[in-house]
Design a protein around this ligand. Structure first.
Ligand code: GAP
Length: 454
């Protein structure tokens, strides 16, 4: 394949206007709190500055988002390996990457109400959005977003360390280690999923912008003449990933950055954007970072980060294509995209139409009674299903109400164990979206579900 050829640009589908309830965001946030997806952090102390905790259901969903990404980006490929680098790192890394100098936001203070804003986020740079006062802002000053700390007991400048503001640098500083141990050669990638920290001036919109969040990043190292090919490849692949995991195509778009938005080293950046209730917002950026990162780290560390290609007898510094996604932000998009309310027999059914790979639980096992002989049968069924799938178990309330509870958290299948099960060794399987029910022999249950939860 000639990898120097650039793919034709992707056709954008027609954008449709959607009938989205005005308070959709409130409904989703409310569901998150009520059902244990996301809680405000340190809530019993009044919360803590836009930080959030993921509850029993949320931790499953967030894990599924990250696992789905890892499955696509690492497990199903032969040209990507993973790492898990440290969160704390020395200033030298951030000096080389440019973060110490450039990872700043322009900050202004309103002299009237004392509120602080990002200058580039103001609708009108002359009017305070909080108190409405005109020409009340201080001069903009650059505010570095990295969290600084000290490693060890002495708070001296020699002990300064930073919490990483992106996972990406862990891949660059380990480039030679991975190259020497993995037997990969360009084009190949290093993937990482983990926490990042940014001292955002204006966090907000629930978990859209927080100071502590999770990223899913791939650094894909390619021969210089293949940069353009792989940039187009990853733009397409990453947009498709969200569609493949259940977000309607008309709620997504790929937005190429204008020339004045590009970093000085970028030969192209596009964002995958999702139509949030307040408008389009970035889920992921795909950047052609050229040889900037490896060159910077080679210069600052003195390490040789070039690659010698024995086939072509050439030495080069690989170029990097970087699809960088937010896990927590993507989870929020999956929740919003899946949230639905419909009338069923005169009642409102709230249902999360999540892709089964993203859904917190795959199956709920529901005995009609919590007495024998159904208890033993339910245990038997759980023992069969639990090694493969995350299963919920609920034995209280009327079965209709239990179905609704599972709909609300997006469980694709409910398995009901009733008194007929004792006689015919079959269960009722109810599918979330259609609410269709089917009688399935216990002996065939695993195969039945496996075919639908692939
Ligand atoms: N290494 C490149 C990089 O970090 P970025 O666009 O700054 O690029 C990548 O971040 C993704 O990380 C974003 O598209 C977004 O999904 C997520 N992200 C960034 N800052 C975030 C924040 N404060 N809160 C939640 N997610 C964030």
């Amino acid at each position: 394949m000639d990898r120097s050829v650039t793919c034709p640009p992707m056709a954008e589908p027609e954008q449709t206007t959607r009938d989205v309830p005005a308070d959709l965001m409130d409904r989703v946030v409310n569901l998150c709190k009520r059902r244990g997806f996301v809680f405000p952090s340190a809530e019993i102390y009044g919360g803590f500055r836009s930080t959030y905790d993921y509850g029993p259901i949320g931790v499953l969903m967030l894990r599924n988002v990250k696992d789905a990404w890892w499955r696509t980006m690492v497990q199903l490929r032969t040209d990507v390996v993973g790492i898990d680098a440290s969160i704390l790192s020395p200033p030298a890394v951030w000096e080389a990457s440019g973060h110490l100098k450039n990872f700043t936001d322009p900050l202004v203070d309103c002299t009237a109400c004392k509120q602080r804003f990002r200058e580039d986020h103001l609708d009108d740079p002359n009017v305070c959005p909080n108190c409405g006062k005109r020409d009340s802002f201080t001069e903009a000053r650059n505010f570095n977003l990295m969290f600084k700390t000290h490693a060890g007991p002495v708070e001296s400048s020699a002990a300064v360390a930073y919490l990483r503001p992106e996972t990406a640098q862990g891949m660059f500083v380990n480039f030679a280690n991975v190259l020497n141990t993995s037997r990969k050669r360009p084009p190949f990638g290093i993937a990482q999923v983990g926490k990042s920290f940014r001292n955002e001036i204006t966090p907000g919109n629930f978990v859209f912008r927080t100071r502590e969040f999770e990223q899913m990043e791939l650094e894909f190292f390619v021969p210089p003449d293949q940069g353009s090919y792989w940039y187009d490849y990853w733009c397409r692949a990453r947009l498709d990933w969200y569609v493949d995991h259940g977000i309607d195509r008309d709620r997504l778009r790929l937005r190429p950055h204008d020339a004045d938005e590009l970093s000085h080293y970028s030969a192209g950046t596009s964002d995958v954007e999702f139509l949030f209730p307040w408008g389009w917002g970035e889920l992921e950026g795909i950047a052609n970072r050229t040889d900037y990162d490896l060159t910077q780290h080679a210069q600052h560390s003195g390490a040789d980060l070039s690659y010698f290609d024995q086939e072509t007898n050439t030495r080069y510094v690989p170029h990097v294509i970087e699809p960088a996604a937010g896990a927590t932000r993507s989870m929020m998009a999956f929740l919003i995209a899946a949230y639905d309310e419909e009338e069923v027999r005169g009642e409102t059914r709230t249902v999360l139409r999540l892709h089964h790979r993203i859904a917190p639980y795959k199956i709920a096992v529901l005995p009609l009674s919590k007495k024998q002989p159904l208890t033993d049968l339910t245990r038997e069924i759980l023992a069969e299903l639990q090694p493969t799938w995350m299963c919920d178990y609920d034995e209280t309330q009327a079965i209709g109400r239990r179905y609704r509870r599972q709909d609300e958290i997006g469980t694709p299948f409910c398995v009901t164990v009733d008194f007929d099960t004792v006689e015919d060794r079959a269960v009722t399987v109810r599918e979330r979206d259609s609410m269709a029910q089917e009688r399935v022999p216990i002996a065939e249950l695993t195969g039945y579900l496996a075919a639908r939860l692939r």
